[in-house]
Design a protein around this ligand. Structure first.
Ligand SMILES: Cc1cc2nc3c(=O)[nH]c(=O)nc-3n(C[C@H](O)[C@H](O)[C@H](O)COP(=O)(O)OP(=O)(O)OC[C@H]3O[C@@H](n4cnc5c(N)ncnc54)[C@H](O)[C@@H]3O)c2cc1C
Length: 512
């Protein structure tokens, strides 16, 4: 049994994945292990992850960041969920919300049955949650007096990925004792047993460690290239493999900042629109098999012209990706986090959430000595395979439920052979009852049953109301009233996003 102690951890890569992982491990284990992050001066980070989940609040708090410092430094704003436009039929006015707040009284009674029984004139999310009303009105999820990281309405962030990386780097180096090397890794030196002994760097010689975290982005230098762990392609399930991204100024300096990521369906993909304090980040994700780069750029330009009247935008940046995830994530003394472990597409912004989960899982289970590492690796691999499969099913749900028929892209996404078997089974069960917590019982769940409800009933999924639910009609009506009352009370009490962010930039936020 190998009793060598885990004392030096080397993180390769200075994108969001590298800095978040280095920060979490250093914050939790700083006294016991030395974390070194090496980043190539020749390979720029991906730089487009701009939407996060509410989990980012806990991650930032865990590494000791002040929310007001983060908001200022990362040019960040508040995200309360997603708004989907044109996904159901593509007709004018076709939209629905997937808010971060759970339905009022979720799990207490069958809200879906009662919505179907007597309230279908109101969109599902608007009836069961106050949050879509805040989003529609551009309200912030908290007040100036709400403490750091606390919420009136659950929220994550929209942020500038480049500035976020620089902020995390400064925090990791100045506050958490992470060592930093700017150098290019050119090779791997192995032990006889196949473990990595050290990384060969261009300028600093070998860099030794007992655990190596591969955050090298899509090239997956250690796990993919060195160990040959294959990427399991998911292109037959989710067709998007290309993106064009651009930053667009606001028409006026005081233009409203949206509370949601807007996801607008296109002929062969969709366009994201993310509002930061100083600019919008807009991008078109599409399938190269169904749409040329020129067609995609024209659609992006048309969207920007229609939504802001601007036609002189910068040249969009093209990003190609192979949708898929690795057959294993932790192999020997190497674990991949971030794009090196896989990427599907940015719908529902799950990539950074998976980074947070992976970094936390590594830190929580960090083995003390090499002998324990294979056990931790086995469990990590099982958990994260489960999570990637669930992410794929949830993203696919958005395409399966669409009734759009304007291209082979949308029609193809509904063909049975492209739908994962577990999702097909769940859809069969949900014909007669709503998604419930018991459908998602693992501790490794990524999306809760409530998220499935928001997508299913936002997209007009036809299923019959359950008998159980009808027994509690009075209770459901109370929750519907409660959601409406909360919306009525919060709307005048919450500031708009821009006013609150300007206030925080000047005065900060109170401590908890
Ligand atoms: C189009 C698109 C949109 C996205 N939108 C979202 C979103 O809204 N929300 C979300 O959560 N996620 C999103 N993502 C995913 C998100 O961008 C990534 O999860 C996140 O940026 C993490 O990237 P990374 O750190 O894994 O890799 P990268 O940012 O690519 O960083 C790789 C790092 O490895 C270093 N490196 C590479 N080779 C070497 C070497 N040989 N030696 C030393 N260092 C090396 C590089 O210098 C760099 O620092 C999106 C991704 C794409 C493609």
């Amino acid at each position: 049994m190998d009793s060598s102690l885990i004392q030096q951890i080397v993180v390769v890569g200075g994108g969001s994945a590298g800095w978040l992982t280095a920060g979490l491990i250093a914050a939790d284990h700083g006294g016991r292990v030395q974390v070194t992050l090496i980043e190539s001066p020749d390979v720029a980070p991906n730089g487009v992850g701009e939407g996060t989940w509410p989990s980012m609040r806990y991650t930032l708090r865990r590494i000791g960041v002040l929310e007001s410092d983060f908001l200022r430094a990362a040019d960040a704003s508040f995200k309360q969920g997603s708004r989907f436009d044109g996904w159901v039929s593509g007709s004018p006015g076709d939209h629905y919300y997937h808010p971060f707040v759970l339905p009022q009284g979720f799990g207490e009674t069958d809200l879906v049955a009662h919505w179907q029984g007597g309230h279908r004139d109101v969109p599902f999310a608007d009836l069961v949650s106050f949050q879509p009303h805040l989003c529609a009105a551009g309200r912030a999820p908290k007040q100036a007096a709400t403490p750091q990281f606390a919420a009136v309405a659950n929220y994550g962030y929209h942020l500038d990925a480049g500035k976020f990386g620089a902020f995390l780097k400064a925090h990791c180096l100045e506050k958490l004792g992470v060592r930093y090397l700017s150098d290019h890794v050119v090779g791997v030196n192995s032990l006889d047993n196949g473990d990595i002994a050290s990384l060969q760097t261009a300028a600093h010689g070998p860099l030794a460690g007992q655990l190596f975290v591969d955050c090298t982005g899509m090239q997956s230098m250690l796990l993919g290239a060195h160990y040959g762990v294959p990427l399991l392609s998911q292109k037959h399930v989710l067709f998007n493999d290309s993106a064009l991204a651009v930053q667009v100024p606001y028409p006026q300096p005081d233009s409203p900042i949206a509370s949601t990521t807007a996801a607008t369906a296109q002929h062969a993909g969709w366009i994201w629109d993310i509002g930061l304090p100083t600019r919008r980040g807009i991008g078109h994700v599409y399938s190269s098999a169904h749409c040329s780069d020129d067609q995609a750029e024209n659609a992006l330009r048309a969207y920007i012209l229609a939504s802001s009247g601007q036609d002189d935008i910068a040249t969009p940046r093209k990003i190609g990706f192979s949708p898929g995830y690795r057959a294993r994530f932790w192999h020997r003394n190497c674990v991949a986090v971030g794009l090196s472990s896989g990427f599907i597409e940015p719908l529902e912004a799950s990539a950074l959430a998976l980074v947070e989960m992976a970094a936390a899982a590594i830190s929580d289970a960090l083995p003390f000595e090499r002998a324990g590492m294979d056990i931790v690796a086995r469990r990590f691999n099982a958990d994260f395979t489960y999570r990637w499969e669930r992410v794929i099913e949830f993203l696919k749900l958005h395409y399966v439920l669409s009734r759009r028929a304007d291209s082979d892209f949308w029609i193809g996404h509904r063909q049975a052979e492209s739908i994962p078997e577990r999702l097909r089974e769940l859809l069969q069960l949900w014909r007669h009852r709503a998604p419930a917590r018991s459908d998602f019982g693992s501790t490794s769940e990524v999306f809760p049953a409530a998220s499935y409800q928001y997508i299913l009933y936002g997209m007009g999924f036809e299923g019959s109301a359950s008998a159980r639910g009808r027994d509690h009609a009075g209770l459901a009506d109370e929750y519907f009233r409660e959601a409406a009352q909360l919306a009525a009370r919060m709307l005048p009490a919450l500031p708009d996003n821009r006013s609150l962010l300007a206030h925080i930039a000047r005065h900060g936020l109170p401590s908890i």
